[in-house]
Design a protein around this ligand. Sequence first.
Ligand code: GTR
Length: 329
Amino acid sequence: MVGLKTLKKALISGAALAVLSISAHAADLVLRSSDTHPDGYPTVEAVKYMGKLVEERTDGRIGIEVFHSAQLGEEKDTIEQTRFGVIDMNRVSLGPFNNLIEETRVPSLPYIFRSVEHMHKVMDGEIGQDILDAFEEHGLIGLAFYDGGARSFYNSKKPITSKEDLAGMKFRVMQSDLFVDMVDALGANATPMPYGEVYSSIQTGVIDGAENNWPSFESSGHYEVAGYYTLDEHLIVPEVLVISKTSWDKLSPEDQEILRQAAKESVPYMRKLWAEREAASEAKVREAGVEIISDIDKTPFIEAMEPVYEKHVTSEKLKDLVERIRAVE
Ligand code: GTR
């Protein structure tokens, strides 16, 4: 259910959008797409690339404008707005979908993927398609999965070299019950909060740290306030590009196909940018003097996740998805 507050917010942003969208694009129909990341980030560039393809293939009838840097709001709010057609498109992590779409919980499970390559194989195949299909009954069409690398813990207090070191520490997680339980199971305390509040929360000591991949750790500036990064790689959560079903249903089947195809073609482009950005971000963070702890035994972390799987893999459908993912070589 959408609360009144959410609706009001959506309407206000809608009005702001109407003004914002009288902009650079000459296309007859400009689809507005949200992203929390700054301009130049691989996800932002990939959606721009998709827009270029769409514009070319529709002879300029349809374009995409990316509103980066959370200009349209934080992920949880923009997801609601996309569901109600106030925002046309959205590039988000699967995390904030976990409470809404149960299928998204499975690829968000800690240590479900053995590697990024394993994640690619799963999400590029039939399982990925099944998960994309699950968005439709929630007012969204899933277009493509992007990469979000591997997420690890960082903090402002001390080097974490084992699971025991996490005891009692306070970490921000994305707004998903699954991630709250993940951090709790490791003996730490989880604080779900929007991405945009993390920097100041670490700086003022409201939390000790957070967890993310190299590019986000770097681009958000969190590394400036959290000098210890432990590569436990507990999550390899894919990111997703969705379009509002309201916007989708207004398109002809031919144009829908053009969008689907362009989204698909933006994936290898995104992955190339991602690999470059990962390396560049790591270099920048290391140069800034952040202490990187890479020699860490992941086994106790993996073992601690058993109750998290028990609690969140609740239906036969989800159990089946877990098994299918594990069976992918
Ligand atoms: C990033 C991800 C964002 C957002 C952010 C977060 O890695 O790309 O979509 O989910 O993490 O932690 O909120």
